[in-house]
Structure formats: structure tokens, C-alpha cells
Design a protein around this ligand. Structure first.
Ligand SMILES: [Zn+2]
Length: 120
């Protein structure tokens, strides 16, 4: 597992496109974030992990709050948007993202050629 975390960090250091996709991703789950953090060697790696995770958590928290707002009776008529499944993504972000087949596009799922997942 630590070896895969090292691979993730090496890819982030060497591959600008990969780094860009990671930076825009919905974050690592808590367990894999901790593993990547513990495996990181430089302040640059930790800054990238920290900033990506903070942005992901803040964005998701905003969506969860929007979802909760729309659940209140006076807002029930508003159409639901991308925030509708934010509660589920919040569970995944804390407990672990599902297998790639169940969730294309989550950060820990393998893309066509770029596995981001530190393995579980
Ligand atoms: Zn994970």
C-alpha cells in the first residue's frame, strides 16, 4: 500500500496533467489521505495533498449544505442539482471511495491508463 502511495506521489511530482486532474478531483478518502500524507517526503507533496483535500472537503461541504437547504419544506419545489448525491459522496470521502466499476470519475478509481488509487 505504501508503495502505491509512493507511486501516486511520484506521478504527482512528475506528471503535470496528472497533477492537474488530481488537483481538481473530489479528494482522497481519509484512510488514503493519511497513507499518502505519511508517505510524502517533501513540503511540496504535503502542500499539494493538503490543498487538494481542503478544497475537496470545502466544496463537498457546500454541496451537503445546499442539499440540506433544499430538503426543508419551503424549498422542496426547487429542482435538485449535482448536490443531490453529496451525502453519499461525503460518506465515501470519509469511509472510502467505491470500486472503480461503481463510480467512474472518483479520484481513487483507475482511469484508462492512470491509476490514482493507492490500493485498498
Ligand atoms: Zn481511499
Amino acid at each position: 500500500m505504501a508503495q502505491n502511495a509512493r507511486y501516486l506521489l511520484d506521478e504527482l511530482a512528475e506528471n503535470a496533467g496528472f497533477r492537474e486532474r488530481f488537483r481538481a478531483s473530489p479528494g482522497l478518502c481519509v484512510a488514503h489521505f493519511q497513507l499518502a500524507w505519511d508517505t510524502s517526503r517533501t513540503s511540496e507533496e504535503r502542500a499539494l495533498l493538503r490543498d487538494t483535500e481542503l478544497d475537496a472537503v470545502r466544496a463537498l461541504l457546500g454541496e451537503v449544505n445546499e442539499h440540506l437547504r433544499k430538503q426543508r419544506a419551503e424549498h422542496r419545489n426547487e429542482p435538485s442539482g449535482t448536490e443531490a448525491d453529496s451525502w453519499q459522496r461525503a460518506l465515501w470521502l470519509t469511509g472510502g471511495w467505491p470500486a472503480p466499476a461503481a463510480s467512474a470519475g472518483v479520484p481513487e478509481s483507475a482511469g484508462e491508463d492512470q491509476p490514482v488509487r493507492p490500493s485498498s
